[in-house]
Design a protein. Structure first.
Length: 603
């Protein structure tokens, strides 16, 4: 037998995850990706207690075993599979875990005769494969195998898959650290060459050396900004956007963020494309560019993109009374690269820690009843007491990239849990005031993402059902969006009239309400191919104004009158006013929204 429905697998709550977290903590200490692969296989072997564990990497021409533990036959290690063969091919195709109790007898996989001979000689019978991905990019499969038939339980599959996800993240971190160290080595070499040139009195090289010294010595971003400001004789502003605000110098220089100005945005895009500083002539303090500013003259902004990684960049801006000379522009470019490395160093450890916090939050919010003892133990291992957690906030953003990296790690002196769940951002806190904290979350996310955020909050108790509360919050966000509510921060109780569609435990009430109010019209439409229910919803939407309703439906007003008369015949003519009108209006609103999935997405 084999599993062919991997999407059913959920994060388990009946198994002790502490060994998994301990393994990941040890993996995060590795700096060498090759050494980490060996460590991943070793920890997976101890975690799963199987006969063999190995990693297969997907290369251009097929699957190649990279590291193995427990394999006896050298031919097995050297064997290659085509991209779509074996369990690995199925894992790559589905991007999900796949297992079988007896691989050689399982006809659901594309077999290789040569590989099957080697597998039989090795004695491997049962196999489990889970994907390894760097972000959304699939790069290999982590296997666990037994030399006897074995059924892998959903808990084992989920734990092994979680381990592979976290191990993949640790591997990515190790590779980034390796790349960062290589860049630092290059900077050290540049530093040594610059040091030799300092004796010749080159001021730019002196500043480059000072910036490199600060970076290598673990200095802060503001130290780099202060050094740059003194050299260029101007005010300096730096923002890593999703990676976090870096600061300004001098600190008392006031607001220097001009990144919303169209000419600055264009200059930043050019700098990112060309890798060079761009100078923009502007008139600040609200006057048009090129005109005398209120401080007595035109200002010049030197704009440089801070390279963070392939998808992320920040802004380094120097404000000066005159255009910077070429040598100083070069120093600004050098400082931008140094700030990019600073962010990589700063974020490498925190990203891994936030990943673990995010996984813990997912485990909590997946609890359909009270949070289990195992999950409580996992929280305690991360020094978080679930008894103190009081507030759960859900946020929906208008953009395509969730600004989770910019989330604070604590609030009012206590840790926060932040992550994505059901396609939304969720934040769990021990805040004393629910709505005050919700407003705080919105301000931080909106400030970092530069996009409008809709936030819904509710009190949290780990003894209730976190899964139900998370679903209600996700659906509340969807309802508030359909209603066009302008308030950026909502209390879940404010949407109580819509609890039938928000609360997953009231789905039967919702169906009964819809049957009682519009069931007759719905059945008539299904039987006769009419559009009476849509007509009713549009009629209410436009305040029962016939002309506007007909225009919205693209029909003649006489056609609308006939449809309304048919509705009178089917449900009675007393539906336009009074208590019955209110119920029909709500049902029609639900109809116009469409049906909702459990995670709050509209079908």
């Amino acid at each position: 037998m084999s599993n062919m429905e991997p999407s059913r697998i959920e994060i388990p709550h009946g198994r002790d995850f502490l060994p998994l977290y301990d393994s990941i903590r040890q993996l995060l200490t590795f700096r060498d990706p090759d050494g980490m692969f060996h460590a991943v296989v070793k920890h997976a072997y101890m975690l799963m207690a199987t006969d063999v564990v190995y990693v297969s990497l997907f290369e251009e021409h097929g699957q190649v075993m990279h590291v193995a533990h427990g394999i006896l036959d050298a031919a097995y290690i050297q064997n290659r599979l085509a991209p779509h063969e074996g369990i690995g091919g199925k894992v790559e195709a589905t991007q999900a875990p796949v297992w079988t109790t007896n691989y050689l007898e399982d006809v659901r996989f594309k077999h290789s005769a040569e590989t099957d001979v080697i597998l039989e000689r090795e004695g491997i019978v049962a196999l489990l494969g889970v994907p390894m991905k760097a972000g959304n990019d699939f790069f290999g499969v982590l296997f666990a195998g037994n030399r006897t038939s074995r059924t892998f339980s959903p808990e084992e599959v989920a734990m092994f898959s979680t381990f592979a996800d976290l191990a993949s993240e640790a591997l990515v971190q190790a590779k980034e650290r390796r790349q960062m160290e290589e860049k630092l080595d290059e900077m050290r070499r540049d530093h040594e060459a610059a040091t030799r040139r300092i004796e010749q009195g080159n001021e730019s090289d002196r500043v480059h050396t000072a910036i490199t010294d600060l970076l290598l010595a673990g200095g802060e971003a503001t130290d780099i900004l202060a050094t740059l400001s003194a050299h260029v004789e101007g005010n300096v502003f730096a923002d890593g956007y999703s990676a976090g605000f870096l600061g300004m110098w001098p600190p008392e220089s006031g607001s220097l963020d001009h990144s919303r100005m169209p000419q600055v945005m264009d200059a930043l895009a050019r700098s990112r494309r060309l890798g060079r500083a761009q100078i923009v002539e502007v008139a600040l303090h609200g006057e048009s560019a090129g005109a005398p500013a209120s401080n007595g003259g035109t200002k010049y902004l030197t704009i440089t993109a801070i390279p963070i990684n392939i998808d992320e960049f920040g802004l380094l801006q120097v404000e000066s009374a005159r255009p910077l000379e070429v040598s100083k522009q070069s120093t600004v470019e050098y400082a931008a690269k140094a700030l990019g490395l600073y962010l990589l160093q700063r974020n490498a450890a925190s990203d891994a820690w936030k990943k673990m916090r995010s996984n813990l939050l997912t485990e909590i919010l997946s609890s359909s009843g009270a949070v289990g003892a195992e999950t409580v133990a996992h929280a305690n291992a991360q020094r978080i007491s679930l008894e103190r957690m009081t507030t759960l906030v859900a946020a929906r953003w208008d953009g395509t990239v969730a600004p989770i990296r910019s989330a604070p790690e604590e609030y009012e002196g206590y840790p926060l849990l932040t992550g994505e769940y059901m396609g939304q951002i969720f934040v769990l806190s021990a805040a004393k005031d629910t709505m005050e904290f919700a407003g705080h979350v919105r301000e931080i996310f909106e400030g970092r993402a530069g996009e409008r955020m809709q936030v819904v909050a509710a009190p949290f108790s780990f003894e209730a059902s976190p899964a139900r509360l998370a679903t209600r919050l996700a659906r509340a966000l969807a309802v508030s969006e359909r209603m066009g509510l302008k308030s950026p921060v909502l209390n879940l109780d404010e949407l109580a009239p819509y609890s039938m569609i928000i609360d997953p435990d009231r789905e039967q009430d919702y169906e009964a309400f819809m049957e009682f109010t519009v069931g007759t019209l719905r059945r008539h439409d299904q039987t006769h191919g009419t559009e009476l229910l849509t007509t009713l919803a549009t009629f209410f939407q436009y305040g029962q104004q016939q002309k506007r309703t007909a225009e919205a439906l693209f029909i003649h007003i006489n056609t609308l009158v006939r449809r309304l008369a048919k509705i009178d015949i089917l449900i009675g003519n007393d539906w336009r006013t009074g208590p019955r009108s209110a119920a029909l209006h709500l049902a029609a609103q639900f109809v116009s929204w469409g049906s909702m999935e459990r995670n709050g997405n509209w079908k």
